[in-house]
Design a binder for this molecule. Sequence first.
Ligand code: GLC
Length: 484
Amino acid sequence: METNVKKIAYVASECQPFFASGGLGDVVGSLPKRIVKQSKGEYEISVYLPLYTLKMNPKYFNKLVYIGQTTVKLSWRNQYCGIYKYVEGGVKYYFIDNEYYFKRTNYYGYFDDGERFAYFSKAAIEAMIYLNEIPDILHAHDWQTGMVSVYLRTLFYHDERFKHLKSVFTIHNIEYQGKYALDDDIIEDVFGLSVNDSHIFEYQGNINIMKGAMESSNIVSTVSPTYAEEILTPEYAHGLEHEVRRVKEEGKLLGILNGIDKTFYNPAKDDSLFVKYSKDEIENKVQNKLELQKMLALTVDENIPMIGMVTRLVHHKGVEYIKQIFNELMNENVQIVILGTGDSYYEGYFKDMEAKYPHKVRAIISYNQDLSRKIYGSSDFFLMPSRSEPCGLSQMIASRYGTIPVVRETGGLKDSIHNFEGRKGNGYTFKGDNAWDLLDALKHAISDFNNKEVHLDHITKVIKADFGWSASAKSYIAMYKKFE
Ligand code: GLC
């Protein structure tokens, strides 16, 4: 019997709830389930992931089912590839096991990342073959999986099984491209490719895996409409603007705003909160602030507005803007709680500010899911003044918890948060490159906070905003339909 079910293979380097270091993991963890549900079974999705044995959420480890093993040839290497499976929410997850490459304390940042993810990309293809699950559509995410479409276009070019396959490559952040020195040995010895094919992934004198993926995919998407425009310019594209423009001219470029999983992030069911609440009992939210103030040894007082930040402490998150206005901001009756890791320079800066303003500032230098949810739930405002932000999920999560976003108008922040002055108002925004505009926005927020009626009206607007996946999943389905 003929069926119309289309198979999609997601290939990615992170996925909630198994393991994640950032927003990419949230998206790969929630979008496939939503597409399967929303398309009413028209699409069947398998997600291919590396098995990071040291990172895997222990709750899921024992549930993995061993399927079998195959060998992945990468140049002269013949590498082991174990395949494990787990099914949830109508989505199949396949984990590629190779301890040499993936039993490490971090996800990325190793000298052999190029080889690790070239292996993973090839292993994903070999696993599809082993499982006899050749997809109709490949959907790869970020540079770590960029080699999948490159291999399909080179090593597997004459393989009949993949002839009909169409591919999508999604850029979650163009800053990280997978760049290596252009060197015949690396092309042949590490990636196992012929130098005759190097034009596919060669860019401005380097090997550039993201460029290779853009070149060899049928559609290139990114995670917000505004970012899709921004990356046409050198200011945002980190050197890839020429390739982005080319892709756009070919009509292959798309921007689709992410959503969040409203079940995963739900203040009415979140066990990390001190006190749960929903939009109908928003008055309970403040109990969380009082508890967090106690826990962090800040002044306990519900009338002090609390600004929360959960972020990587890196330049593009706009930390410089905060630095410039920090002392002025501290003249206000306000508290600020920062959770994140990143550049040691910024980590040190916030620790210094904490020492300087011990009753007003708490900087927790770590990655901590439980505490992040306490901050989303307890703060009155959520600060996200990013210099660039492909999409950003934290502003959406904060909104879901009735915490009012204060953002810079860039990328997905611009597409999701609008200033209260306008009709669609659901936060405080500032434009441009002037830190004092951020200070104005924050002062405005603090002054509105002191007017209980206005503040409650704002919270109500914010918590009602719908950042679920339904609209975005619809756009993704429409994108896949272009292939029919
Ligand atoms: C990256 C981007 C972030 C985006 C996320 C998910 O982490 O920096 O803006 O929300 O990917 O697409």
